[in-house]
Design a protein around this ligand. Structure first.
Ligand SMILES: OC[C@H]1O[C@H](O)[C@H](O)[C@@H]1O
Length: 284
């Protein structure tokens, strides 16, 4: 099984604080961690740790940090032949308070995947392509058009993108933006998911904040409650979720089982610090 991911690669600076400061306020940093991150890279590493072959279409800086990011991806078993090197590397500052993140993003334009990167990549041969929609819309569309396998969209997709996708997955905030609906219960998510299916995909996966993930497909739906893991850091929970969801769907799992594996993976991710989680042994 080969899964390609189109998305961001970054260096994360995690600062754990006791509270978020007001304007002109100061708070101490309780803990500082320099970690490997980026949604695309985290997802690709998750796929590799689940035992599939993972390839990443992304960009790192043409600098020392970029070399380190690529070396670590390779060490984690990710095929980096489609990782471009230019400009400076993206830096994300994760301000973590009570286990929940707020990001400050230093994303130079050069750090975004462009259409030429996608067209030069080998994603066409993959069984599934995960497209993270933080990338420019034209690059995302190029990836969707070039994909031969299952297309999994992660984030707020446009109608044009949805029309050619197999799966769309959105966290709570993205789900509300994507559907224009308030999603505060599983029933809301099922209704929103049904509307999404009319826009193209055959599976919609929406989060109900703090409660569950809801999967909706043409002949059914399933509500998978979140695990009761102690939350250390929510960074990367969604990336582990998408990695496991895609892995399970390509393996041929029923959507409900795929949802269960995805929730278990996200639970493992939020139970530890940083965006790269060891999903080894998590096979459902
Ligand atoms: O999804 C988590 C990732 O998003 C942010 O962009 C950080 O890089 C972090 O690793």
């Amino acid at each position: 099984m080969r899964i390609a991911v189109v998305g961001q690669i970054a260096r994360d600076l995690v600062l754990v604080v006791p509270e978020v400061p007001d304007a002109s306020g100061t708070v101490p940093v309780l803990e500082r961690r320099e970690l490997l991150g980026g949604k695309g890279a985290n997802t690709a590493v998750g796929v590799a740790r689940l035992g599939a072959s993972a390839a990443l279409v992304g960009v790192v800086g043409d600098d020392e940090v970029g070399r380190h990011l690529v070396d670590q991806l390779r060490a984690d078993g990710v095929d980096t032949s489609d990782v471009a090197r230019r400009g400076r590397s993206a830096l994300i500052v994760d301000v973590v308070c009570d286990g929940h993140w707020r990001y400050l993003q230093d994303l130079p334009d050069s750090s975004l995947v462009n259409e030429a990167d996608v067209n030069a990549s080998g994603l066409a041969g993959a069984d599934a392509v995960v497209v993270q929609l933080q990338q420019p819309a034209e690059a995302a569309l190029a990836a969707i058009r070039r994909a031969d396998g299952l297309v999994v969209l992660d984030g707020v997709a446009s109608d044009e993108q949805l029309a050619s996708a197999g799966v769309v997955r959105a966290d709570h905030k993205e789900g509300e933006e994507l559907t224009g609906r308030r999603i505060s219960s599983a029933d809301d998510a099922v209704k929103a998911g049904r509307e999404l299916l009319e826009r193209g995909p055959s599976l919609a996966v929406l989060e109900v904040k703090g409660e569950a993930n809801v999967l909706v497909w043409s002949s059914g739906d399933a509500v998978v409650p979140l695990t009761e893991e102690d939350v250390v850091d929510t960074t990367g929970g969604g990336d582990a979720f998408v990695a496991a969801l895609t892995f399970a769907l390509v393996r041929g799992d029923h959507p409900h089982d795929a949802g269960r594996l995805a929730v278990a993976a996200a639970g493992r991710a939020v139970g530890h610090a940083g965006g790269r989680t060891d999903l080894t042994g998590l096979r459902g």
